[in-house]
Design a protein around this ligand. Sequence first.
Ligand SMILES: [Zn+2]
Length: 163
Amino acid sequence: MNKYCPRDLYDNTADFYEAVVRLYIRRLDIHVKKWYKSLNAASYIAFQDSKTVMLPVPKNRTAFLICLHEIGHIAEGWHEISYVNEYLAEMYAISEAKKWNIDTEAYEIKAKQYVLAHLVKDWNANRIKTVKKDIKEWLDVNPTKWKGHQLQLNEDFSISKLK
Ligand SMILES: [Zn+2]
């Protein structure tokens, strides 16, 4: 992959990020309906049926990883359980970014919190009774302790049981 966008071909990191994102967009035949110039997490979206996305301009690493996350939704297809859907997109973003030698350590912490928030919503809505093994290990959670309880996600991203 790196041979298509060699890092040293670009004067600055933002141009490199943009070239990489455009490479995925071409490869996956994705339509970008809108590029957002500012980071506003609520606005980014992927429509899997029409392969349409709305993305931040990838001018920094966070925006670049968000682009890969939304592209991941297209690449991985739709999963009806939301925490699994978000997990697949996060795994795609992280593993693809690593192929370009981009440090994902800080992003991965946010990604875990994001998937955990979706997991708690799915659990409290009784959409799930268990957590997939690989996701359980990645999040380091123990759902057997949660049986029969509603959950609360605390500000520090720990989980408390409600009655
Ligand atoms: Zn997502």
